[in-house]
Design a protein around this ligand. Structure first.
Ligand code: GLA
Length: 391
């Protein structure tokens, strides 16, 4: 009923076998980087605010071997990727900068190869992943961070710090995928810790682990299995609207603004920008408060804030969609559910629900009965960030 999450070791085996048949011989390096689910703090990272994600047991694995050929050859085993599944591009040199092109999955790799601070002479690699593509669980950040970790292992050039590593991967996404994303996804994929969620202050880039180890409760991720095309164009628009609102309020970012400041300037903002800012300001505050109540074990208060977050994303930020709203409504009708919300950028993808462990099956059954689409379910504990694996 729930989706079985493949073991990392079986992904490595699958990739290593594909490597041998594609390139001959054995890979010398294997790495993994996880996807993420954001528990609360949505569309706050690019407003210098707080986010509260955890790393998932679904990962992107890369196996490969260094070459001196001056070529980077990569094959993906992800069948939902756009074709062709094999690419070849020159190792970066100042005379020939790499450009984004088709297939789009390879752009995340090219972006990281270009931004990587060490010397890349060439490699052969195979990529595989258990992070659902386009599900709002950061399959792109997982691929970027896996690529960076792979290059570190291949070249021996380590990032100065994990923050630097996350920032380089974010830049790769900006430059090669044209998505002006915040720092959350790359940060948690790099720094996630098993058994913990991470409260990240996206202004200072300080972060604090928050243990999530109570066996009586769990987070269930439900994939709506829809992705509306709006997601590409609406994200930069939201980001710009927040920036404009901060400017009108005379603040560096909405992190510095209060709801009182917003009300004072209401007359100088369009109706739409007012609502966008109201979400961002309230969500930053809600995230800090939510983590405090969670630390005290007050799941009722925490769950209510998750649902408030969803309502704000739906009504003020307008990044939800009917399928996500339906999943949240269905979840909140179930016994043992504390709260539920959409997670990630929006316009489709997944919801995240906090539920008593004894009621997980009720939640799944009720959703299967009532959701008009076809949902998939992941019951996940917080997992480890990017790692080099043994072969
Ligand atoms: C996407 C971006 C993140 C963040 C979320 C919304 O996942 O990559 O940086 O802005 O949307 O919270």
């Amino acid at each position: 009923m729930t989706t079985k999450i493949p073991e990392v070791s079986s992904l490595v085996q699958e990739a290593a076998a594909a490597f041998t048949s594609q390139y001959g011989g054995q890979p010398s390096v294997a790495v993994a980087a996880p996807g993420r689910v954001n528990i609360i703090g949505e569309h706050t990272d690019y407003n210098d605010g707080f986010v509260f994600p955890m790393a998932l047991p679904m990962v992107t694995v890369i196996v490969g071997r260094k070459t001196e050929s001056g070529l980077c050859r990569v094959k993906t085993l992800t069948d939902k990727a756009d074709k062709p599944f094999e690419v070849e591009f020159p190792a970066p040199s100042s005379s020939k900068p790499l450009q984004p092109s088709k297939p789009s999955w390879a752009n995340y790799i090219k972006g990281v190869v270009t931004c990587f601070p060490g010397v890349v002479s060439g490699f052969d690699a195979v990529v595989t992943s258990s992070v659902p593509l386009g599900g709002g669980l950061s399959s792109s950040a997982a691929l970027e961070v896996a690529t960076y970790t792979f290059l570190e292992a291949l070249t021996g050039t380590k990032a100065k710090s994990l923050k630097d590593k996350a920032l380089v991967c974010q830049k790769a996404e900006h430059d090669f995928a044209s998505v002006p994303c915040g720092i959350m996804d790359q940060f948690i994929s790099t720094m996630g810790k098993k058994g913990n969620a991470l409260l990240i202050d996206c202004r200072s880039l300080e972060s604090n682990l928050v243990p999530l180890s109570d066996p009586n409760v769990t987070f269930v991720i439900i994939n709506s299995n829809v992705r509306h095309t709006l997601s590409g164009t609406e994200y930069p628009t939201r980001r710009r609207q927040c920036h404009d609102a901060a400017h009108t309020l005379g603040k560096t970012s909405l992190r510095d603004a209060t709801l009182q400041d917003l009300e004072k300037h209401k007359g100088s903002l369009s109706e739409e920008v007012y609502h966008r800012a109201r979400h961002a300001i309230s969500e930053i505050q809600r995230t800090e408060e939510a983590v405090e109540v969670l630390k005290k074990g007050d799941y009722t208060a925490f769950g209510k804030m998750m649902t408030d977050s969803h309502n704000s994303l739906r009504d003020d930020y307008e990044v939800s969609c009917p399928e996500l709203d339906q999943l949240v409504t269905i979840a909140t009708e179930c016994p043992g559910v504390y709260g539920s919300r959409m997670t990630g950028g929006g316009f489709g993808g997944c919801t995240v629900t906090l539920v008593k462990r004894e009621n997980v099956d009720d939640l799944i059954h009720h959703t299967q009965e009532c959701y008009t689409g076809k949902a998939t379910f992941y019951v996940c504990q917080p997992a480890e960030g990017a790692q080099v694996l043994s072969l």
